[in-house]
Design a protein around this ligand. Sequence first.
Ligand code: TXA
Ligand code: MG
Length: 345
Amino acid sequence: MDTLWLKPEEISVAARLLREGQLVAFPTETVYGLGANAWSEEAVAGIFLAKGRPQDNPLIVHIAGRAQVETLAADIPPEAEKLMERFWPGPLTLLFPKKAEVPELVCAGLETVAIRQPAHPLALELIRQAGVPLAAPSANLSGRPSPTCAEHVWEDLAGRIAAILDGGPVGVGVESTVVDLLGPEPMILRPGGITREELEEVLGRPVLLDPALLGAEERPRSPGMKYRHYAPAAPLEVLDGPERELIWQTILQEATPDTGLLLSEEGAAYLAGRCPGQFLVLAPLNQPEKAAQRLYSALRTMDKAGVKRILAEAWPRQGLGLALMNRMEKAAGGQCRRVEVQQYE
Ligand code: TXA
Ligand code: MG
């Protein structure tokens, strides 16, 4: 299949393709999505095929306005109203009990449907012109880092989808926060663009993290979180520990010329001139939002540079740092490596 590369002014072509049941990648404020008409089981099946996505991983349905929620959700909890009011359009996905008409494939057989209203003007206009909600996962091949520009989508999906709507690089750089309000306590199933702190402020009560996110053996409530995800080709290790300098020292000891180094500005300054390896600087340590914006692109750059191994510095897990660390740990295949001075008695 020839994949069309569409400019923003060709948005009506993208909308028509979607109405015809085809797949179109489009920009959102978080990452590029791969959209299909959410009401069409056949169109949605195409998404799983194009991405090589496991069928037990449900999709997020993207809507253009609050009124569309009622067509998909059987019930809207009061706390969902509050969060929609404050954070939509934006990088927040909420779970609702699904209406029977929502195709099973969208929800991977679950009783809930995940919905979000993206903040990107092209995404909103595309959903409006298509006239239907769009089921859309990130527009990468399954297992690869999510795309933060149209070129990344092209690398992964050219020849497999009808079109890419190019809206330039995205803003947030990591995916939306997935929140479940249907249990006794609000719970984050996937950290993302809206922080835990922001959610707690609006809800006025603690928001839990799915225990599976904290490395527990448990089965994650968000099926997608169980896969090794966002992964570059070279094995990646994230170094964490109570002392920053010890992390940098460890990198200094272990790096070789074909090691990729994913660093903070502070780390790069410490290591410059005395550490081999290919440096990639994300941001200053107190700007996790900037690091998040660059992470996926950095992982793809590492692949192209052909590094044999990647060492990454851990970031404080506050604000967007929680989502950033979650994605880095996923890319590492699960966990961080702790570096600590052993305390002997
Ligand atoms: O920012 C985003 O959310 C991007 C853009 C394109 O909107 N989309 C995205 O979709 O990240 P995807 O498919 O890559 O990730 C969707 C996540 C997966 O972890 C999936 O398991 C979870 O949401 N999810 C979807 N429906 C769910 C449901 N009913 N219950 C629990 N988790 C669900
Ligand atoms: Mg994804």
